[in-house]
Design a protein around this ligand. Structure first.
Ligand SMILES: Nc1ncnc2c1ncn2[C@@H]1O[C@H](COP(=O)(O)OP(=O)(O)OP(=O)(O)O)[C@@H](O)[C@H]1O
Length: 225
């Protein structure tokens, strides 16, 4: 579904990822871990085409990401939902409007059903917060809204960058359950996190592969987490 073949990435002052190969199979669940600055966010950006590999080949849905034109890239982005580390809401728009934004941008806003939006917001437990403005939301509410926005276009793949950053343990478990639920619906899920206790907690809920970025390489983490 998403494949990296001998991918390297350099920001300018040295190579961050070196000759990395990885496959995300349809319906799989992955954690991506590693120390701060190891390149987790960068790897996610390569997966959804926000960055292009310095060398090597990135494939998504059997298409070479580097060869996509603007329209093809837009279609790719619809098939990959991203929960960004910093959530990135527009503060003058309500929670419901923010979550619905991808529908508007993709031209699906006209046909969108209010009931579907409400169902999605109920699913993340925000059905009563539709009119709240982003600055009024708690950290956990923001993260759940970001998750709802990431999946509103029914993507095949969900990439979540530290989705449980800045929330307490109970909320991180709630977010994890939502991501596991998405995976059980057939979506491929990749979570970048430095929170090893989250990974341990997931073990009883889902069969997940744990990848670790270390010294510019990606390794499969052992059972010693
Ligand atoms: N746009 C950029 N230009 C130059 N360097 C960058 C840029 N973005 C990230 N970096 C650097 O690349 C390295 C990896 O950053 P990245 O955000 O991918 O790591 P990360 O593993 O996600 O870190 P964290 O866990 O702290 O979020 C860092 O040293 C960072 O400073």
């Amino acid at each position: 579904m998403i494949e990296l073949e001998n991918v390297s990435y350099t920001y300018g002052d040295g190579e961050l990822l070196s000759d990395v190969s990885l496959q995300l199979q349809p319906g799989s669940f992955h954690f991506l871990t590693g120390p701060s600055g190891a390149g987790k966010t960068t790897l996610l950006k390569l997966c959804y085409g926000a960055l292009l590999a310095t060398s090597g080949r990135m494939t998504a849905f059997e298409q070479d990401i580097a060869r996509l034109d603007r329209d093809q890239m837009a279609l790719l982005r619809r098939r990959i939902g991203v929960v960004h580390q910093d959530c990135r809401f527009l503060d003058h728009m309500t929670l419901a409007e923010n979550v619905a934004l991808p529908l508007m941008v993709s031209g699906k806003g006209e046909n969108a059903q209010k009931e579907d939006l409400l169902e999605l917001l109920n699913w993340v437990g925000l059905g009563t917060r539709l009119d709240a403005l982003p600055p009024e939301l708690s950290g956990g509410e923001r993260q759940r809204a970001a998750l709802a926005r990431a999946v509103i276009l029914s993507p095949d793949v969900v990439l979540a960058d530290e989705p449980t950053g800045n929330v307490d343990w109970e909320m991180s478990q709630r977010l994890l359950r939502l991501l596991v639920e998405l995976n059980k619906m057939g979506k491929t899920v990749l979570i970048a996190t430095h929170d090893l206790s989250l990974i341990r907690a997931a073990k009883s809920q889902v069969q997940a592969r744990v990848l670790r970025i270390s010294q510019r390489q990606i390794q499969l983490a052992g059972a010693d987490l």
